[in-house]
Structures are given as C-alpha cells and as structure tokens.
Design a protein around this ligand. Structure first.
Ligand code: N01
Length: 582
C-alpha cells in the first residue's frame, strides 16, 4: 500500500494502554526500531504525525528531491536479503523511490500494525513513582510505557521565517519540507524561491523548467558540487551485491559512515598543479566525496582556500553573466555549511527568465499581495517557495512537551543548547532515548548507518535491562558533562564550527549557538558506544535491577564491533587535523 493511497488513520484513542516501549516517529529510525524491539519480544506502539512511513522522505516531496549519498549505501544494511532483493534505479535515487523503499520495508517486515499514523505526540511525562512514561497525542491517546524513544529526525521541524506581510500575499506559499502530496504545477507561473541550501539547489533547476519566471532570493551563496547522477546498470548493482557485506563494513569504518576513496594527504604539501589535477578529478567524480580530495581541507583555512577558489572558478566558468556569477560565489569556508550536490544548478542562472536577488545585506523587507519586496523593489511572483530549512537537531523535540524528573522539561534543560550523553540519553529523563540525537554523529554521517547503530545499541540496551530486571536507566551528570565538553572540544578543531550554519543553530535568530552533531568520526563514536556497553553501561545509573553476583552480560550487536583490520580514523588523526569528513 502506498503512503498516499491510505485513508486517514481513524484509530480510536487508546486510553490507559501500556507498552514496553513507545517510539515517536516512523521514519527510517522508527521503522528499524520497531523491527528490532518486536524481534526481541517487546510490545511497542509507534506514533507518526504523517500519514505514512518514511519521515524526511514522506514530507520532502519538492521537485528534484533525492539523496546525495549513493543509494547502494543510503539504505538499510541490517538485512542481507533486503540488500540483495532491492534494486536502486539511479546512483542517487529520487524521493519517490526512497519513499517506496521505506514502504517496502514496512510491508516486508510487517511493521504497520504497531504504528498509529496521522497522530502527533504532544506530551511525554515521566512518572517517578512507576518509573514509566505517559505519552499523550493530539488524537486523545494517553498510554504508558517503560521506555520512550524519540525517533523524531534531525531535520524535521521546518523553519518558517515570520516574514512581514506573509498573510497578505495572494498566491500560494510552499515549504520544501512540507510539500503538497499531489505535487505542484508551476507551468506558466512566476515563482519566487527563498533560500539556496540543499533543498533549493535541488528544486530550482526543475522549477525553472516549468515557471515562466523564477526569482531566487539568496542570503548566503552556496558551494555545490555536481552529482553526475546516472542510471545504475544491472552489472554495477551485481558487482556490489556480490559482496555487499564488505562494502557495508568498509562504510562503517569511515568517519562519514559511507565509503568513498579519499586522500589523507594535506593539500598544502601538493604543488598547485597537482592540486588542480586532484580537484578536477574529484569534481569529475562529483558529489560529497569532493571534500575527500585532501585530508586537511576542513582543518586548515589556507588549505580550504585552495578548494574554495577552485569551486569559485568553476562557478565563474559556468555562469555567463559576470555579476550573477560573483553573487553566486561563496566567500566563506568551503564545506563549513553542509555541502550541496546538484544537477544543473549554476547552469539554471544562464536561462533568460531566471533572476538572482541578493538579500544578504538588505534582507527581505516584506511579502506584498503580489510579490516580495527587497530594498524598496517589489519582485512580482504568483507563488512562493520557502526553501528555508529546519530548526535542526532540536526543533522536533521543541514540538513535544517532554517532562522528566522533578518536573524539569527538556526545553528548560536544553535552553542553552542540547546536553546529552552520547546523543542517546540525557540526565533527568530516565528511560528516554534519542535516535541520532544531538551529540552523536547523526547528520555528519550517512543518516541510515547512524540510525542503525543507535537502534541496535538501544535494542541491546533495553534487552539487557529486561534481562537484569531493571526499572530504569539514566546517564550520570559527570559523564554527560564530559561528553558535552568533548563534543564541543572536537568541533573546535574543525573549520565547520566557524560559520553560521544550522549545525550550530545559527540559521534561526535567537537559537543558542552550539555545535550539535559529534564531529569526531563515526567509527570512533561507535567504539565509544561499544566500550560504554561492554563496561556495563558505564556512565549510566541503572536502577531496580535484581541483585546478582554475575558480571553484566551485554548483547552488543555483532556487526558494530569495529574489526581490527579496518582503518579507523583515530582521535590522534583528528588532533593532527587530517580527517576527510563530509
Ligand atoms: O535548508 P538550509 P535545506 N531570508 O538550512 C535561507 C538536508 N538535505 O532544507 O544560509 C532569506 O540548508 C538560508 O540562508 P542562510 C541537508 O543536510 C539534504 O536546503 O541561513 N533566506 C539558506 O540558504 C541540508 O543541509 C538533501 O543565510 C533565508 C536556506 O534558506 C539540510 O537538509 C536535500 C531566510 C535554507 O537552507 C537542510 O537543507 C535537502 C530568511 N529569513 C536537504 N531563512 C539531500 O540532497 C533561511 N534562509 C540529501
């Protein structure tokens, strides 16, 4: 059944029902979580605000949406049969195909029966007497669970800037992150797009094909690398499938959680001619691996200047109008904001009906009934697309009233920035877990790998707690403080911490400026999680366990043991500032 063909979920409100685990969200994280928990015999209820599974890929249906990690890797790795039987059509699959994959997974593993769709969790409250969570939804559900798992996504809560005069605009206003399910036909319309991040860069070339006029409002110019997307041949797929586990293992050993060849040498030790050749080759391979051209690009500003200048030369070579080309040339650190991957983005500005408006110095003044005003000029448009991004990492938590011990809310605790232990849990909120939460590699790794590692860790953890009859688990202050300090310290060695990106919450005025994902690399992080578990959940206090003289038995999911024969990027390499990350 496709997500779109479903009737609205009309389940009667469940009041007083009790589960082992409630999972919030049925994106890739929620889907795999319910699969693992059910396999372990736990009772689970999943609540999903959308009308179907898929999370990000359910909501982000804007034209041109597709992944920018190669599909053969941007997919679940937990089932060899699934890997073997699913065929990706393109190097970077389009959104409908990724959504179809999510639906296939839900059907194949019979996951829907535990999911309540069209149901948004509004509150989660910890009851200190019972040590259970009470979960409430906008449909009147009021249930309890020993564990509550937030699988709410890192980029889910849309950022809708409160432009003045918004309500006066006569035409439709769309947000890329909440795109109409029936699609939008811009044929013959004058369209305004606000923003030039990944969503805009993917959608602008397609919208330009339909619109009679397209005006792009740019606040910050963006670095983007060609995708060189292509159809996958049966031979290519077969070659990977012949030893898929090997590719998956290599991917897990990479700082990014996905595999691509990279060069650990420093850019500044190469001659200008060698650098040029290296960058050109990397550009011709395209995509996010472009940042792997040298090992020091995100650590040494001088090295970074060389790749930034190369990228600017490319822009000037593509965009014919020199003034437009200059406006499109970013002047910030290359890869500091999330690198974009495009198909024909810069070329779009050579079309006669496409205009670029700089709003970096004079911001958008207001929406008018017929358009958008900037610096006293009204740009007439029939429809507006806000490609303005998300309240990243913490925005999805802000939409739920989460109350832990002593009446403390998560919003209060995270007022100055999110605080977690390993991005998995937070002091004051026992038995509450976050999948790819702030403080974990999450958005700096291939998301599906990051999700699977968290889900497996949590499944192993919850099974262990059941084995020992424990009532609750909660991080210890000191360990959380140390982890938050470590996440912050590691971020300082990277140039990524230097610009106003959504990684630091700076895309939205008023949010605390904190580098939220863990930048120390995926395998280093996985090893840390493994150690914590192997040491009997070091850094957590476990309450109410049966007394036993046995040493704690842990159930670490085998594939997350980092094999000794893979090259792991070590903390020493990070300190030496030689880590190609994307
Ligand atoms: O959002 P963004 P996104 N006035 O925050 C501008 C993932 N993703 O949805 O840079 C004018 O990147 C804002 O300007 P500035 C990926 O991780 C992946 O595009 O803040 N402009 C910026 O240009 C990505 O990074 C894919 O100065 C305003 C844009 O809006 C993340 O999601 C595809 C403004 C927002 O860009 C977010 O991407 C899509 C204002 N008031 C997304 N407010 C793949 O390819 C904001 N902007 C897999």
């Amino acid at each position: 059944m496709s997500a779109d063909s479903r009737a609205r979920d009309d389940h009667a409100a469940e009041i007083g029902a009790s589960f082992d685990v409630v999972v919030v969200g049925a994106g890739f994280a929620g889907l795999y979580m319910v699969h693992r928990l059910r396999g372990l015999g736990f009772t689970v209820r999943v609540y999903e605000a959308g009308g179907g599974v898929g999370g990000t890929w359910y909501w982000n249906r804007y034209p041109g949406a597709r992944c920018d990690v190669e599909s053969m890797q941007y997919s679940f790795s937990f089932s060899e049969d699934l890997d073997q039987q699913w065929d990706w059509s393109e190097k970077y699959a389009p959104q409908p195909e990724i959504l179809a994959y999510a639906n296939h997974v839900a059907d194949r593993f019979d996951l829907r029966r535990d999911i309540r769709f069209d149901t948004r969790v509004t509150a989660a409250t910890f009851d200190e007497d019972t040590r259970r969570w009470r979960i409430e939804t906008d449909r009147g559900d009021n249930v309890s669970a020993q564990f509550c798992i937030m699988a709410v996504g890192c980029l889910s809560a849309t950022n809708r800037p409160p432009f003045e005069g918004l309500e006066t605009f006569k035409g439709p206003i769309y947000h890329t992150g909440e795109w109409p399910h029936d699609g939008v036909d811009f044929t013959g319309l004058r369209v305004g797009v606000i923003g030039t991040g990944s969503s805009a860069i993917q959608s602008i070339p397609i919208i330009a094909q339909q619109a009679s006029a397209l005006t792009v409002f740019q606040r910050t110019a963006t670095y983007t690398v060609p995708a060189w997307n292509e159809t996958l041949t049966p031979e290519y797929r077969a070659a990977i499938k012949a030893d898929y586990p090997a590719l998956r293992a290599k991917a897990r050993a990479r700082p990014t959680g996905f595999y691509f060849p990279f060069n650990m040498n420093p850019a500044l030790e190469a001659t200008p001619e060698d650098r040029e050749r290296q960058y050109e080759e990397a550009w011709q391979r395209g995509g996010l691996p472009f940042l792997g051209a040298y090992g020091d690009l995100l650590f040494d500003k001088e090295a970074n200047d060389t790749i930034a200048e190369f990228a600017r030369r490319k822009i000037r070579g593509i965009v014919k109008d020199p003034a437009t080309a200059e406006l499109l040339c970013p002047d910030n650190v290359f890869g500091c904001k999330r690198l974009c991957v495009d198909t024909g983005y810069f070329e779009t500005y050579n079309l006669p009906h496409v205009e670029l408006v700089d709003v970096s110095r004079t911001p958008i003044e207001r929406f008018t009934p017929r358009g958008i005003a900037v610096n006293g000029v009204e740009y007439p448009v029939d429809a507006i697309v806000c490609a303005t991004g998300f309240a990243a990492m913490t925005g999805s938590f802000d939409r739920i009233r989460i109350t832990g011990r002593n009446g403390l809310t998560l919003a209060e605790k995270w007022q100055a920035g999110p605080r977690t232990y390993l991005g998995l849990a937070t002091v004051g909120f026992p038995n509450l877990f976050t999948i790819t939460g702030p403080g974990s590699p999450s958005v700096l790794a291939s998301m599906i790998q990051a999700i699977e590692q968290h889900v497996d860790w949590l499944a192993d953890c919850i099974a262990h707690l059941r084995d020992i009859g424990a009532a609750s688990i909660e991080p210890i202050d000191r360990y959380e403080d140390d982890w938050v300090a470590h996440v912050n310290e590691v971020s300082q060695v990277s140039l990524r911490s230097t610009c106003s990106s959504w990684y630091v919450g700076a895309n939205i005025p008023g949010r605390p400026r904190v580098f939220m994902p863990y930048i120390g690399g995926f395998p280093v992080y996985v090893q840390k999680c493994n150690e914590v578990m192997s040491n009997g959940f070091e850094g957590f206090v476990i309450d109410g366990a049966r007394s036993t003289n046995d040493a704690p038995q842990v159930r670490l999911t085998e594939r997350w043991r980092v094999p000794l024969d893979v090259e792991v990027i070590s903390p020493a390499a990070i300190a030496a500032r030689r880590v190609p990350v994307v």
